[in-house]
Design a protein around this ligand. Structure first.
Ligand code: AMP
Length: 121
């Protein structure tokens, strides 16, 4: 599959500092910030700094260093967020996954019981 990245997406603008965000954690590989429309007491988005549209794009084409750095950042976010009781990580992907923003992001949701995995529409 061929992946095409649109650098005008809102998370690219956040990474360039053109749009503000409530940063939870940042390092060379990743930025984590609070979701603007939280669905749980903890709702943080973790994004890689590289131009990847989706989880499968990131998994297929990011370097080992980018992938390790990203998941280390996820671990740091979980530590900072204090989700020892558990959490849910979601990567909505393309149309069927109802992805809105075409820059790979992992939702980290916690602070309450999350309910069934998939809510029927
Ligand atoms: P998804 O459907 O997985 O692409 O979700 C995109 C998420 O980004 C949604 O949960 C939005 O609430 C969130 N979002 C959109 N714009 C912003 C923003 N400027 N700052 C923080 N979160 C945002």
């Amino acid at each position: 599959m061929e992946f095409t990245y649109d650098d005008q997406n809102i998370f690219a603008k956040i990474l360039r500092g053109e749009i503000p965000n409530k940063t939870v954690y940042e390092d060379d590989h990743a930025l984590a910030f609070e979701d603007i429309s939280p669905q749980a007491p903890v709702h943080v988005l973790v994004i890689p700094k590289g131009p990847y549209v989706s989880l499968d794009h990131f998994a297929a084409e990011a370097s080992a260093e980018e992938q390790t750095g990203f998941f280390r950042a996820v671990a740091e976010v979980c530590r900072i967020a204090g989700v020892e009781g558990g959490f849910r990580a979601i990567a909505n992907t393309r149309d069927d996954g109802m992805q809105e923003v075409p820059h790979f992001h992992l939702h980290i949701l916690g602070g309450r019981r999350m309910g069934p995995l998939v809510v029927q529409s």
